[in-house]
Design a protein around this ligand. Sequence first.
Ligand SMILES: NC(=O)c1ccc[n+]([C@@H]2O[C@H](COP(=O)([O-])OP(=O)(O)OC[C@H]3O[C@@H](n4cnc5c(N)ncnc54)[C@H](OP(=O)(O)O)[C@@H]3O)[C@@H](O)[C@H]2O)c1
Length: 233
Amino acid sequence: METERLVAIFGGNRGLGRAIADHHRAAGDRVVTTWRTEPGGVGPEYRCDVADPDAVDATFEAIEAEHGPVDAVVVNAGFAHRNLAIRASPASFREVVDTNLNGSFFVARRAAQSMVRRRRGAIVFISSVSSLYGTPGVSSYDASKAGQIGLARALARELGSRNIRVNVVAPGLLDNWSDVTPAGPGWVAATPLKRAGTLDEVAAVVHFLTTDRASFVTGAVVPVDGGFAMGIG
Ligand SMILES: NC(=O)c1ccc[n+]([C@@H]2O[C@H](COP(=O)([O-])OP(=O)(O)OC[C@H]3O[C@@H](n4cnc5c(N)ncnc54)[C@H](OP(=O)(O)O)[C@@H]3O)[C@@H](O)[C@H]2O)c1
């Protein structure tokens, strides 16, 4: 029985990250979260832009000093710029990759440095099935989210012998984005379960992957997408 684990959710102030944090808290974990623009107002919170590797390192130093070693890390921070690739500026492409992919590397790298010493740990990246399918208008997002998968698979092989698991959760369309995503109605129609998912449906799978119940699961890409992208990737 795992008790008193410390779980850090990067991008845990709102949306899916908040749901993931709530789910872990409800399961009895100690949870710390990070925010970039506005704190969420629950539990210990740290300001951290994941695109800044120095900020990521400083955040880990503060978390470890104040709460002890981190058992599990979820990298949820992410966003999309919507524009066709031929109209996208190099700066906008870089901005998305800096947060979604480079940020995942900065967080996982620093987390693993401590986990290696303890010979245990779990890391989960929140990707998207959009990266497996390919969605017009979000090339930088899809590239960054596909990059998380390659990163996770490499890390899973590098860190497996130290009992550190690295997995990816790839949500489909969720109900907090179904109204704002231009592709929303089309995605629902193409989803076998014929609806958007809830934040809690994703949070439950993320929670499973951070716990020892998933002790033989690493390098996995777990779609939570109502069947939208089955067989792809
Ligand atoms: N909702 C969906 O349908 C869906 C589907 C597939 C995948 N996803 C993925 O799920 C994750 C969460 O999505 P969501 O729906 O909850 O989106 P959201 O409501 O827009 O929340 C985005 C989160 O990412 C954080 N964030 C963004 N850039 C950051 C940065 N540079 N440094 C630190 N934090 C940063 C935000 O923090 P601030 O509030 O402080 O900016 C916020 O916590 C994302 O990675 C997204 O790609 C979502």
